[in-house]
Design a protein around this ligand. Sequence first.
Ligand code: CMP
Length: 139
Amino acid sequence: MNNKTLAIIKPDAVGNGFTGKIMDRIISSGFSIKAARLLHLSREQAERFYEVHKERPFYQDLVDFMTSGPCMPMALEKENAVAEFRQLIGATNPVEAAEGTIRKDFAESVQNNAVHGSDSDKNSEKEIAFFFSSNEILN
Ligand code: CMP
């Protein structure tokens, strides 16, 4: 099992001033932040990151949203990080997210849903490498 996951605080949450509150939830839930960066994704980066959704009807809107302002990718570490983080953030659609989850409390809509979390160990490795080189990740 890989103990890391990629999180992104998305442009809606950064723009709404929730970055600190979301980082606090993450840390108080037992995750260590091993790398973090504030950046404004280019269209090419957003298209590449979400390439798996290319055929979905929401793809272009998703790319527009992810390039609409700065976001904060982070490499997080905790035992069973992928599953634990997905539990902390809640369902993709905030209307369906459980009480106390990050999306329930900070997301605006199914698209503007405040945070991203990797969906598998294989993808977490790939997604962390998308944003961070190995010498930018704390041991
Ligand atoms: P994320 O976990 O980053 O993975 C894919 C993203 O696509 C998702 O969060 C949402 O931001 C977006 N998304 C997923 N489903 C829909 C949908 N039905 N309509 C609009 N956006 C969606």
